[in-house]
Design a protein around this ligand. Structure first.
Ligand code: NDP
Ligand code: 2IT
Length: 444
């Protein structure tokens, strides 16, 4: 459709040198042609023109002083992409690769992901090119305080509620929350992923990894297969990867490999999760350490070779574009039957096309990893009520949300004549709710 091409051309022209953002928008727009045919009112209301343009993009200087007394300057970002269905919601990423393209691709994905959860949250994302690796706790604290000094002007429990992402976990959220409270003199649910002592929700730590496996379990079961007895490769060894491992193991699968940006460990008898937790969560060291005291685990340099390993199920849980066409070919050749995106956009468009052509069951990120933000929304609800639910209660809600997302995406795929295509199904189901809200609210 030339209309969709026109929108894509504007996105490329208006946001030059932002390949990740172009990729994320392109992947959604190509699915929407039949939706626009059925709903010409979306064209009339300029929904596409508006949804690809952030409502607001904030960029700011973050000066901070390191332990040697040296002044450092990083760049902070927050994109407030779409507030049609709720306050902006999405994580903060601290990683040297962060730039406007990365923030906007993540913010755009977040709009439709948050819509799929069924909860009232709009799309936002933020972060900084700050690298927490090798920094002391005090340096991380000073950075977070400086970052929040600026960010606090733009966020609030009913405005925009950030959370974690790469490089931002419980430690960072604690420092950010403390500074917000001090600056605003207000104790509110302005961040999620907080410590349990100060308004955090049970299960938020586990939610993205657990949710990914709940979602993939539905998809796999619907196709007559099971996690039980399967060999699973998980990339990354951070928050998402660790709790995906835990749930896969509970369901009877064996996680045979995990990685970080330096390399991967392989253990055919199953990676010892406790050792990964100690090395990554407590000691903040490299995954290599997990092979040092193990008689069965071996370490290999280079993270991308993890996709050479023969497995039944692959769960990329590290970063964007980590599975390209070559990696996809290897996975398919080795008999991998399912791929679930724990990370955001970890598979290139070419890789996704290959999986679909070869009937590999594919769980796209905005559906498969929505459990994290969904549980964040449950944290917001508990904060508003000044109440907290038990672990079992939140876990059950999370599981039901993931099953609902699977059903919604499957249903939309069927309705639009591409049964089983979860990419199209998730994009359409996520989009329609936001589009309806945007039409109803007028041209804003
Ligand atoms: P963490 O910071 O906890 O862990 C990130 C992991 O990915 C680390 O093992 C890291 O290795 C690895 N990694 C990061 N960047 C790269 C890179 N460029 N190349 C190779 N490996 C890399 O982050 P999370 O687990 O929270 O996030 C992982 C992914 O999941 C991201 O795509 C994030 O957007 C997505 N996600 C996270 C959610 C959450 O709730 N946390 C929710 C939904 C999606 P190293 O230590 O060497 O950097
Ligand atoms: O990509 C994501 O969905 C997240 N990093 C979680 C966002 C959140 O607000 O919990």
């Amino acid at each position: 459709m030339s209309y969709i091409k026109e929108i894509m051309d504007v996105v490329q022209r208006r946001n030059p040198n932002e390949p990740e953002f172009h990729q994320a928008v392109d992947e959604v727009l190509v699915c929407l042609e039949p939706v626009l045919e059925k709903h010409p009112e979306y064209i009339k209301a300029g929904v596409l023109e508006r949804i690809v343009e952030p409502e607001r993009m904030i960029m700011f200087r973050v000066p901070w002083i390191d332990d040697k007394g040296k002044i450092n300057v990083n760049r902070g970002f927050r994109v407030q992409f779409n507030s049609a269905i709720g306050p902006y919601k999405g994580g903060l990423r601290f990683h040297p690769s962060v730039n406007p393209s990365i923030i906007k691709f993540l913010g755009f994905e977040q709009i439709l992901k948050n819509s799929l959860t069924g909860l009232p949250i709009g799309g936002g994302k933020g972060g900084s090119d700050f690298d927490p690796k090798g920094k002391s706790d005090m340096e991380v604290m000073r950075f977070c305080q400086s970052f929040m000094t600026e960010l606090s002007k733009y966020i609030g429990a009913d405005i925009d509620v950030p959370a974690g992402d790469i490089g931002v976990g419980g430690r960072e959220i604690g420092y950010l929350f403390g500074m917000y409270k001090r600056l605003k003199n207000s104790y509110e649910g302005v961040l999620t992923g907080k410590g349990l002592e100060f308004g955090g929700s049970l299960v938020r730590t586990e939610a993205t990894g657990y949710g990914l496996v709940y979602f993939m379990d539905e998809l796999i079961k619907a196709n007559g297969k099971s996690f039980k007895g399967s060999k699973v490769v998980i990339s990354g060894s951070g928050n998402v990867a660790i709790y995906a491992h835990q749930k896969v193991t509970e369901l009877g699968g064996t996680v045979i490999a995990m990685s970080d940006s330096n390399g991967f460990i392989f253990d055919s008898s199953g990676i010892d999760l406790n050792s990964v937790k100690v090395v990554k969560e407590k000691e903040r060291k490299r995954i290599k350490e997990c092979s040092i005291n193990s008689s069965t685990a071996r370490y290999y340099e280079g993270c991308s070779n993890i996709w050479d390993i023969k497995c039944d199920i692959a769960l990329p849980c590290a970063t964007q574009n980590e599975i390209d066409e070559d990696a996809a070919k290897k996975l398919i050749k080795n008999g991998c039957f399912a791929v679930g995106e724990g990370a955001n956009m970890p598979c290139t468009i070419e890789a996704v096309n290959l999986f679909q052509k070869n009937s590999v069951l594919f769980g796209p990120a905005k559906a498969a990893n929505a459990g994290g933000v969904a549980t964040s929304a449950l944290e917001m609800s508990q904060n508003s009520m000044r109440y907290s639910w038990s672990f079992e209660e939140v876990d059950l809600r999370l599981k039901n949300i993931m099953i609902n997302i699977f059903n919604k995406a499957s249903q939309a795929a069927k309705e639009y004549g591409v049964a089983g295509n979860m990419v199209v199904g998730a994009n359409i189901a996520g989009f329609i709710k936001v589009a309806e809200a945007m039409v109803a609210q007028g041209i804003v």
